[in-house]
Write a protein that binds this ligand. Structure first.
Ligand code: ZN
Length: 426
């Protein structure tokens, strides 16, 4: 019966204390600011280190009015502090979780009324969580926030990675590329935990602003094998404050050379992210070179204005039509670092090239900042484009090229992150 099923309780991840001690050394003083959009790079404070854990909190959704939940097999439902809200269930039928119509600060799970704004659903060991028709490992926390719900999947990091790799790499990529990506994604995820640990109720999102995570449905034999073969292995480097992990940025196609993280995020780059690594391996990528992109000045102006207004810049509303864009600074191999935008009244706005790229169609139109700019009367052309993505750290298509040349994951990573070491963290 359901009442006898063993329910794995949170906070009992094996090896947690030992891991905290080891990764505390690895993480101290690492550079902050990863692929999230949430802020300026900075150093994580020492207390962030103490949150090291083998679980990760993945934000599946925010501000959603309701969602559908099902648990195959038994489950416990509590308030996220261990106080049961319902008797253990032998299973939870497909149920809509929504605000209680009589008291919107409280919840309803199907037919059940719950006495607070937070619900945690813990499947039994053989149970499976189904959130909005997608299967997840671990457990789920949903809390009322504003007018909607914040929904978080708390899951062991190795299980999380099994749900990540297929979203980050094409199915046909080499198994050695998958192993390299597994190490990169693990390090990235752990780093996010340290940086964001206590500051918010989640560590990463489930989309491209962190890493694409699709839960158990995305698991496949190639990604499962890559995660198992690299279990607990992370990338670290020996910086001035000792050995530490760093934010293992990666992008699709570098187009010939990766770049220094400082060009995009500011701050001070850890050794492996100083860029300048030549890459001849991503030539097979569709984006190694890309065709000229021609954008109307009105469209560019509209997007730039929105970016400045959202950023709270004064005088943003006064920005007139942008008539010219110049590349102010570029890397030695020609990737734009800073741009100057000039409007028809002569007003000048300087900005990072990567910020500009991303504010236009989230970076889908202009694939990278490696371009030449040509101004026409009504249009601006971005020519001689190379690569796709920010070009920091691992070049995924380059990794694939190396793997197909018979190069192993460890060597691939040491190529794109010079000076980095592979360390068994747990
Ligand atoms: Zn490359």
């Amino acid at each position: 019966m359901a009442h006898r099923q063993r329910i794995p309780l949170p906070g009992t991840a094996s090896g947690r204390c030992a891991l905290t001690a080891l990764l505390g050394v690895l993480a101290a003083g690492s550079l902050g600011g990863c692929r999230t959009s949430s802020g300026h790079p900075g150093r994580p404070s020492a207390d962030v280190v103490s949150t090291a854990d083998r679980r990760i909190r993945v934000r599946l959704d925010k501000s959603i009015p309701q969602f559908v939940l099902r648990v195959e097999g038994g489950c416990l439902i509590d308030n996220d502090e261990g106080k049961p809200l319902l008797h253990p269930l032998s299973e939870l039928d497909r149920s809509v979780v929504a605000p209680d119509p009589d008291d919107p600060s409280k919840l309803r799970v199907g037919e059940f009324r719950l006495p607070g704004p937070v619900v945690r659903v813990l499947p039994s060991e053989d149970g499976t969580l189904v959130y909005n028709d997608r299967h997840y490992r671990g457990y789920l926390v949903a809390r009322r926030e504003g007018n909607g719900f914040l929904v978080i999947n708390v899951v062991d990091i190795e299980s999380y990675l099994r749900g990540v790799l297929r979203g980050e790499l094409p199915r046909y990529f080499h198994s050695e590329t998958y192993r390299a990506q597994a190490i990169v994604s693990r390090t990235y995820a752990l780093y996010q935990c340290y940086v964001h640990g206590r500051k918010r109720t989640w560590d990463v999102t489930a989309d491209t602003s962190s890493q694409v995570y699709r839960g158990r449905d995305a698991e496949a034999s190639k990604s499962n094998e890559a995660v198992a073969a690299t279990a607990g292995i992370v990338l670290a480097w020996d910086g001035p404050q000792g050995r530490k992990i760093f934010c293992t940025y990666f992008s699709s196609t570098c187009g010939g050379m990766n770049q220094n993280v400082e060009n995009v995020k500011g701050g001070q780059a850890p050794g492996p992210l100083r860029g300048g690594v030549a890459c001849k391996y991503c030539k097979a990528s569709d984006w190694y070179r890309w065709d000229t992109v021609r954008l109307h000045k009105d469209r560019i102006t509209k997007d730039v204005k929105r970016f400045f207004v959202n950023g709270g810049y004064t005088h943003a509303e006064k920005l007139a039509r942008i008539e010219e864009i110049r590349v102010l600074t570029k890397t030695p191999n020609g990737r734009a670092i800073r741009l100057r935008l000039i409007d028809k009244n002569g007003f000048v706005a300087d900005m990072r090239a990567e910020d500009f790229r991303l504010l236009i169609d989230s970076g889908r139109s202009i694939k990278s900042t490696h371009f030449d700019v040509v101004t026409e009367s009504n249009f601006i052309r971005f020519e001689n484009g190379r690569g796709y993505g920010h070009g920091i750290g691992l070049c995924q298509h380059g990794a694939e090229g190396m793997a197909r040349d018979g190069i192993r994951a460890g060597q691939i990573l040491q190529h794109y992150y010079p000076g980095a070491a592979l360390v068994k963290a747990y």
